[in-house]
Design a protein. Structure first.
Length: 324
């Protein structure tokens, strides 16, 4: 218990220090803020959610004492809560009914555990990203004019235009960015949380502290109700007002979730290719360089949810040869 508490406190201090780097205004602080959940996630996966709870409370208390209550609340909601809950879900398992029996009067074998599905974890990642982005926007106001005005001021300040009379080309660019900023912000938060969770799992697995087998990421699939929810969110995007902005955020994170499942589909459908590594490497390189081809992954993920490409492919493959 003492070791769990000490690890949690150390993780909380590291996370708080990374999060507090935003006050420096240095560009590298942006990377540190994005990685702020990582220490708490490593503590949650390696030493249990209780360790992450202790670390989150420690970090939030320290930040609140130094920078004030708003800073404490922002950290607790955007960093500590997702790190603790996602770490809890990754380690959540239940024994399969019946278990496994060794027979012949020998000692019973430990039951096989069914772990929390990766697809549902993706949905939780989407939910945290959407809620964090919505909370950030609602902090500017509860109407479209206030939110758009605050975003516009922030973008003008970022572009070095401190006065209201910006050049026409800058004004046009800012207007476009204000329109897509909520969606881009939600996608950015989701990718940040997803990367931190994956990296934390890799670190704990490499050190032998991950208390579950490494999941088969190729089989990740979103729950069936995700697609109707996405369709409803797309419909509300045309409602206008603040509701449309919130619907755009939900649409963005759910499409990003389908993009990740689209990559899982691609990994499955290329299993039989001899040059599989080359094809996958080229695909990832194209997506990273040009970004917009990720739409193809979104389409592939949605198509798999409707037509079951992976299931059909795996059913059509011959069974693996016996090893002995």
């Amino acid at each position: 218990m003492i070791a769990i508490a000490l690890i949690g406190i150390a993780a909380g201090c590291a996370s708080a220090l990374m999060f507090a780097s935003m006050i420096s205004g240095v560009l590298i602080s942006l990377l540190l803020i994005y990685l702020a959940p990582l220490p708490l996630m490593v503590a949650a996966l390696g030493w249990g959610p209780l360790s992450a709870t202790i670390g989150g409370i420690t970090a939030a208390t320290v930040l609140g004492a130094i920078f004030g209550l708003p800073f404490c609340i922002v950290f607790a909601v955007t960093v500590a809560l997702p790190a603790w809950w996602l770490g809890h879900l990754v380690l959540l398992g239940r024994p399969i009914a019946g278990g496994v029996s060794s027979g012949n009067g020998a000692e019973p074998v430990a039951p096989i555990l069914e772990w929390y599905p990766i697809g549902r974890i993706l949905l939780w990642l989407s939910g945290f990203a959407a809620l964090n982005t919505m909370a950030g926007l609602l902090a500017f106001g509860t109407d479209v004019a206030a939110v758009s005005g605050a975003l516009r001021e922030s973008l003008l300040l970022f572009l070095g235009q401190r006065d209201t009379a910006a050049p026409p080309e800058i004004d046009q660019l800012v207007n476009m960015l204000v329109t897509i900023a909520p969606s881009l912000g939600a996608i950015s938060v989701m990718m940040m949380l997803t990367f931190n969770l994956w990296l934390a799992a890799k670190i704990t697995a490499t050190s032998g502290r991950l208390h579950r087998p490494w999941p088969d990421l190729k089989s990740a699939a979103l729950p069936p109700l995700t697609l109707p929810t996405l369709c409803a969110a797309i419909a509300f995007c045309f409602a206008g007002g603040l509701l449309a902005i919130l619907a755009q955020i939900i649409t963005a994170v759910l499409m990003m979730a389908y993009a990740l499942t689209g990559f899982a589909v691609l990994h499955t459908l290329t299993l039989a290719l001899k040059s599989r590594a080359l094809w996958l490497g080229c695909t990832y390189a194209i997506v990273v360089l040009f970004v917009w081809p990720v739409v193809a992954m979104v389409v592939l993920g949605i198509a798999d949810a409707i037509f079951g490409f992976r299931q059909r492919y795996l059913q059509g493959r011959p069974p693996p040869l016996p090893t002995s």
